[in-house]
Design a protein around this ligand. Sequence first.
Ligand SMILES: Nc1ncnc2c1ncn2[C@@H]1O[C@H](COP(=O)(O)OP(=O)(O)OP(=O)(O)O)[C@@H](O)[C@H]1O
Ligand code: SF4
Ligand SMILES: [Mg+2]
Length: 483
Amino acid sequence: MSAVLRVEDLGVALPRGGRGVPIVEGLNLTINAGEMLALVGESGSGKTIAALSLMRLLPPGATLTGNIWLGGQNLARLPESALRRVRGRETGMVFQSPLAALNPSRTVASQIAEAWRVHNGGGKNTARVLELLGEVGIPNAAARLEDYPHQFSGGQRQRVLLAMALACSPKLLIADEPTSGLDPLIARQIMELIARLRRELNMAVLFVTHDLSVVEAHADAVQVLYAGKSVEWGRAKQFFAHPRHPYSAALLGSIARLGQVRLHSIPGSLPEPESRPPGCRFAPRCAFRQPDCAASFPPPSPCGPTAAACFYPRPMQNHEASVEAFSTAPPRTFPPQLQVRNLTVRYKGKSGWRRAAAAPPSLSDASFALGRGECLGVVGESGSGKSTLGRAVLQMLPYEGQVLLEDTDLATLRGAAGRARRRRLQLVFQDPRESMNPRLRIGEIIAEPLRLQGQLSQAQLRENVETLLRRVGLNGKRCSAAL
Ligand SMILES: Nc1ncnc2c1ncn2[C@@H]1O[C@H](COP(=O)(O)OP(=O)(O)OP(=O)(O)O)[C@@H](O)[C@H]1O
Ligand code: SF4
Ligand SMILES: [Mg+2]
């Protein structure tokens, strides 16, 4: 089989706090034509930076070392002008957030046509656009040529991005978490679509994900990244059957798989690039660590079609390496904090709110009670009303029914009393990139609502920001430094 992509000893350092900090180190990988390699690892392990570095799409000030062979060209050494011809023509990319990647003010068809025109020249090629939309499974494509991105569903937008990436039949497709944020059914369809297209087009695919369950059925090879370094790599079949690195086993133990009775978590958190431990980087979280594990980084230990960077590798059960199982908490006896009674929401139609009562409800008759410390899972297919329920509870939408917080009906509160009570209900949105102002630093974004309360000194503010960030596993000191 011929290698489409061969990466040798790839290293990326990014400027942080006035110096270059290594993010990815010594990465080696090969993807053959028609094969899919899954690059996996938990959030912050360096997957996106590694994927972006392959196309040299790194932030300003980044340094890149090593070789990136695409066919006979070393992309790491190619001048920018030549690289521009490679991007889009020989390689295609799809990212996690299709809405952010598409221009909201232009029709989807014109954006696909442009992706085609940039590399092939010529005029507007409607036939090719229709062909591409058909290939990625957009039904009734001819009727959607005038539609804008917001008129497509999340799964359809991801298909549109794929159509753009495929416009020039690339040899290599880089897909960075293209299915996260989609409901499991749609995610599976997108995954199957990518798998089918790579077979039909004999394309090499680098699939980046933190969720091994997404790629289990389709990947030919797997590479596990931990704190910027590969810890296990090789053929997918053997990897999924017998992971040999404790981190891989722990990752597999944390995902829902057929026959898995309990899910397990990995204790502790990923080290920040500035404070990676000496020796084996996984040692502080590893259930099997020995005193010598901290002495040096473990060399690869090959075993048939896989290899693991561990001093004590062996075939493991999936969850063997994770020590904490998700607890099944005993039923609570606290009185309910939040009560939702017969909640019904009707969105206004084209004719306005006066006609809203006649419109069919997007959510009807939802009722539940939630006690202190309890967590309620609201599940359902795309479009079933999950977000509508959340927004109505938060008083962001008009509704019928009642929302009671500690026995107070939130709809009856006005002015300062309403604002004070609503402060106690908070929301985390689906897409963090769309919820944060890119011009503000993380520390400032978190400090802003605390400042609005107006009672904290600068030192208290910094301390609160640090504590909040530490609670969610981030380096609080780094983010609060600019305050
Ligand atoms: N532009 C940047 N400047 C400085 N550091 C960055 C930048 N982008 C990412 N990093 C850092 O690089 C490290 C790896 O980030 P990366 O986005 O590659 O992780 P990831 O594995 O893709 O995580 P996720 O699963 O959350 O997408 C993190 O510590 C992150 O804070
Ligand atoms: S080298 Fe040691 S600490 Fe690291 S994963 Fe292997 S057993 Fe665990
Ligand atoms: Mg990422």
